[in-house]
Design a protein around this ligand. Structure first.
Ligand code: NDP
Length: 294
């Protein structure tokens, strides 16, 4: 029997762990869950039939999934779990982590005989609930093949390279989300000042070459409606764009647009609030232009 453990039952982790638990129950495996706020783990066990575990118990699992805010929190749980880890286990980190954190984490785990895969995900809370997430995996290909059957939350799994490559791809993907979101917000603010109806403008953009995921799936639904449902925190998007900017520096690349987007999102995080939905970044553009995007 394989024991699976899922650590971090947040907006993403909770539904992802539900898929892992369903898969475990179907396959005769054990499914353990741990969350810093224990009541969320208890609610998960009640709703899905997983077993609440301590970090020490979760450390004995064969496959350990983490989905925490940043690599710093992964380091924290790793420190507690390190002495209890089981040789031959796999650690699948679904956090949108930092590529620079991966080498030290890999070495700490390797010293215990545990293989690390960075496996961040894309698709939002809707994709997590539907079990259709895109998973971008860095690390040994044979380790991915070993855990692939347990990636029950995935719609698409791509091996993108060695350790840290998954984190890098995720950071760049989300920096691109930030660019499109911010740029579309700027464009709409200009149109609002020109007196154009934004619903009509967005209708045109979504049928024209300026469209993006942000214009098609986010701004109409979350900004123009003023709903801003908090499914993906602005602080997390700012973090991801910051990682892309860090990566640019590390490889001595030239990506001024990504760097500027990271800085703008950081400013929006301060002004608007880290816990607000990422689309609320456009409230800073509204202030800059003295308009409301409605
Ligand atoms: P949430 O804020 O909803 O959940 C964060 C989770 O981390 C909670 O379980 C929280 O526990 C736990 N946590 C926070 N701090 C600590 C700590 N110091 N020690 C232990 N556990 C901690 O985040 P998301 O689920 O939205 O995001 C998780 C990861 O997934 C992030 O890296 C994010 O960038 C990424 N992501 C998010 C997407 C989204 O649409 N939301 C989409 C794709 C990727 P507690 O319950 O105790 O607060």
């Amino acid at each position: 029997m394989t024991t699976l453990a899922f650590l971090g039952l947040g907006a993403m982790g909770d539904p992802m762990a539900a898929h892992v638990t369903r898969h475990a129950r179907q396959g005769g495996h054990r499914s353990l869950v741990w969350n810093r706020t224990a009541s969320r783990a208890e609610a998960h066990a009640h709703a899905h039939g997983s077993e609440v575990a301590s970090l020490e118990q979760a450390a004995r699992a064969d496959v350990i999934f983490t989905c925490l805010p940043t690599s710093a929190e992964v380091d924290e749980v790793l420190t507690v779990m390190e002495p209890h880890l089981k040789a031959g286990a796999m650690w699948v980190d679904c956090t949108s982590g930092h590529p620079q954190a991966a080498p030290a984490q890999r070495e700490r785990l390797a010293a215990r005989g545990v293989t690390l895969l960075d496996a961040p995900v894309s698709g939002g809370t809707g994709g997590a609930q539907a079990g259709t997430l895109t998973v971008m995996v860095g690390g040994p290909a044979e380790a991915l093949e070993a855990v692939r059957p347990h990636l029950a939350f995935a719609g698409k799994v791509v091996h993108v390279g060695q350790s840290g490559a998954g984190f890098a791809v995720k950071a760049v993907n989300n920096a691109l989300l930030g660019v499109a979101l911010w740029a579309t917000g700027e464009g709409l603010a200009v149109l609002a000042r020109a007196g154009v109806d934004l619903g009509a403008a967005l209708d045109v953009i979504n049928a024209s070459s300026g469209r993006s995921n942000a214009s098609q799936n986010l701004i109409g639904q979350r900004v123009l409606t003023r709903e801003f449902p908090a499914t993906f925190a602005l602080g997390l998007l700012a973090k991801d764009a910051g990682i892309a900017a860090d990566l640019t520096g590390e490889v001595r690349g030239s990506a001024p647009l990504l760097a500027q987007t990271a800085a703008l999102l950081r400013a929006a995080e301060r002004v608007v609030g880290a816990d607000e939905d990422h689309t609320a970044a456009l409230k800073l553009i509204e202030q800059m232009n003295d308009v409301e995007l409605t």
